[in-house]
Design a protein around this ligand. Structure first.
Ligand code: BF8
Ligand code: SF4
Length: 635
């Protein structure tokens, strides 16, 4: 059938009807058209890393069981997996590098539109990195910090990534040192992995996977650079009220979607839009409405309260409303199809980064030096496009839900400190030890249409909160939850178990300064902000006086899709966490690799993958993993 119900997002469902009526092709059609997907690729046993290939593992035994060079299934599967991790690490780190370039331009005096919004975060980070803060100007301190970050990208001396090291507790630092997976530079590790996995090099699956773990730790280092520097430049998120789903697109306003991941430009677009209301009024609109998609949306939601229009699998739907005047994209998770859909409407797609262009779209190169000017140009493109709207084509779903976001670790710590100022994190760990909470789960990751969009996110979430798990969420998992109206205080009464409910109420009562009730789920940010989750685990391990494998904390990526998600899951395991993944990675072609990721990883790092596609089963397995840890903590 055309467009079967492959989403549970009510806003997206409404727009799918429009797509069908107007015969506009979307990701949901293409998913169907791709079935059945290649069995060799799915199992990870297709190799095309040299021109003798492509080779496939066709038989159990004999010459057909290997590639032309003799590479066996375990070699091919692990090389492919490790290359995905390298791709993820490269992506997150490229994002971080861009934030770093902007920060650096600012301290050099070449980016006048940026400033240090959070000196507190700068001082804290500087101290952790060993940068002196006594009697020094913030600009000078920040300069030293950016230099260390640059070293982290390119260091060749045998010293570990400074940002990563500053994030880790001692036990993890030692573990990574002893297992030889501590990266010394991000760029160096990604390059090394490409070399390690090239034709005729490493074919030992254990050595390859350990290389992958090093790559994943570089990814985490990159994420942490991205998160911390963004916090310094744009502010540390604090609880903030906003709304989500496609109904936030306002027919009376000039609507601009900012889509992708990097806040450096989109932050400026928000500021520019606030100043350009009069220009919008001249074309008959009431103002300029910025809405977010994917992680750029999450970044702006967390810091500015910008509406979150939608998440990855439904990105085309924002254009189908007919009321989106421009979509400004930066990098990652942007479907090439947005331009094709936009051509059916008046919507302008504008790319802004040198490494991300799309045929037919306009490109406005973003420069840190001229950021505000560039941002104004972008807003003006949308204002111009507004004039070309076709009122016949406008149909915006009514779906919009209130939400509370902005839970950085600083914000959480602040909330906990109202109960225990000296040991804030003990508020959380005590609640686990005394049975009020079952533990913490970090829900992360993407949409993957192997199951209906958002279905697994929501099903797993409901099961976890019912069982008194405190859920923190990032990326498109947070998006799914927000769009469904479950990131609101109202959802607490409807879905939380008694323990979680009373925990949240206690926090609320101790925090009368909050202008809103606490939500069912704590939104901790974009995908690079998975590093905030790791920061929280470290704080919990410290508080409990144990290493991470004993902390009742798990991660879940119910609809993992991007290479970045593969990297995140892998560092989660290395960090010592049970990591549920609801979309099978391409490793089933090798029992050995499957065993390494589920068993050996556990023996060495104390974390392991849980591959479970069925959401109810997945929730049960996650709860079991938490329960086991809590039980061990108590005995
Ligand atoms: O970095 S969750 S689909 S938008 S990769 Fe992409 Fe996945 Fe969404 Fe954000 Ni993360
Ligand atoms: Fe085939 Fe080996 Fe070349 Fe891969 S590296 S394509 S298995 S010959």
């Amino acid at each position: 059938p055309k467009n079967p119900l492959r989403t549970i997002d009510q806003g997206a469902l409404e727009m799918l009807k429009v797509a069908q009526e107007q015969h506009i092709e979307t990701v949901f059609d293409r998913f169907v058209a791709q079935q059945p997907q290649c069995g060799f690729g799915y199992k990870g046993v297709c190799c095309r890393i040299c021109l003798a290939g492509p080779c496939r593992v066709k038989t159990e035994e004999g010459p057909g069981s290997k590639g032309i060079c003799g590479a066996t299934a375990y070699t091919i599967v692990s090389r492919n997996l490790v290359r995905m991790i390298a791709g993820g690490a490269a992506s997150h780190s490229e994002h971080a590098r861009h934030v770093l370039h902007t920060a650096h331009a600012m301290v050099e005096g070449n980016a006048p539109d940026y400033e240090i919004k959070s000196p507190e975060k700068l001082h804290k980070l500087a101290s952790k990195l060993g940068v002196s803060i006594l009697n020094r100007e913030d600009q000078e301190i920040f300069k030293d910090v950016t230099e260390i970050a640059y070293e982290d990208f390119g260091r060749y001396q045998d010293r570990p990534l400074a940002f990563l090291e500053s994030l880790l507790i001692e036990q993890r630092r030692n573990k990574f040192k002893h297992t030889n997976v501590m990266p010394r530079s991000i760029d160096g590790t990604v390059t090394e992995l490409m070399a390690q996995t090239a034709m005729g090099v490493d074919n030992d699956p254990v050595n390859l996977i350990f290389g992958g773990i090093k790559g994943a730790l570089s990814d985490l280092g990159g994420e942490y650079i991205g998160t911390t520097l963004s916090d310094i430049l744009f502010g540390v998120p604090e609880p903030i009220v906003s709304e989500s789903n496609l109904g936030v697109i306002d027919p009376k306003m000039v609507n601009i979607a900012v889509h992708g991941h990097n806040p450096v430009l989109s932050e400026m677009v928000v500021t520019a839009a606030r100043k350009m209301i009069d220009e919008a009024k001249k074309v008959g609109a009431e103002g300029v409405n910025i809405v977010g998609i994917c992680c750029t949306g999450n970044e702006l939601l967390m810091r500015e309260g910008v509406y979150l229009a939608t998440s990855s699998a439904s990105q085309e739907m924002a254009i189908l409303t007919g009321a989106l005047d421009a979509m400004v994209v930066d990098i990652q998770c942007i479907y090439p199809s947005v331009q094709q859909v936009a051509e059916c409407f008046h919507t302008k797609i504008v790319t802004t980064e040198a490494i991300m262009k799309t045929p037919g779209a306009q490109h406005i190169a973003f420069n840190a030096e001229t950021a505000m000017e560039d941002a104004q140009k972008l807003v003006r493109i949308a204002i111009e496009a507004y004039k070309n709207r076709d009122p016949q084509k406008i149909s915006i779903p009514n779906e919009r839900h209130k939400l509370v976001a902005g839970f950085s670790l600083e914000a959480l710590t602040n909330i906990f400190s109202k109960i225990n100022p000296n040991r804030p994190i003990s508020v959380l760990t005590d609640a686990i030890l005394n049975g009020q909470l079952k533990g913490v789960v970090q829900m992360a990751g993407c949409n993957n249409l192997r199951r209906p969009q958002d279905e697994s996110h929501i099903a797993i979430l409901k099961e976890l909160v019912k069982n008194d798990v405190l859920v923190v969420a990032t990326g498109c998992s947070a998006g799914a939850i927000a769009k469904a109206g479950l990131m609101s205080p109202a959802a607490v009464d409807a879905y939380a178990g008694e323990g979680l409910k009373s925990f949240l109420k206690t926090l609320e009562n101790a925090n009368p300064q909050l202008s809103t009730g606490l939500p069912l789920v704590f939104h901790i940010g974009s995908c690079v902000d998975n590093s905030r989750g790791i920061d929280l685990v470290m704080a919990m391990a410290n508080e409990l006086g144990v290493d991470v494998p004993k902390v009742p904390y798990a991660a879940s990526a119910p609809e993992a899709m991007h290479e970045k998600a593969v990297a995140i899951g892998t560092f989660g395991v290395a960090m010592g966490l049970p990591v549920h993944v609801g979309a099978m990675p391409f490793i089933e072609g090798s029992d050995i690799v499957y065993g390494i990721t589920t068993q050996i990883a556990h023996d060495v790092f104390g974390g392991n993958f849980i591959f479970e596609m069925e959401p109810q089963e997945a929730a049960k397995k996650i709860l079991d993993a938490l329960e086991y840890r809590t039980w061990k903590l108590r005995v």
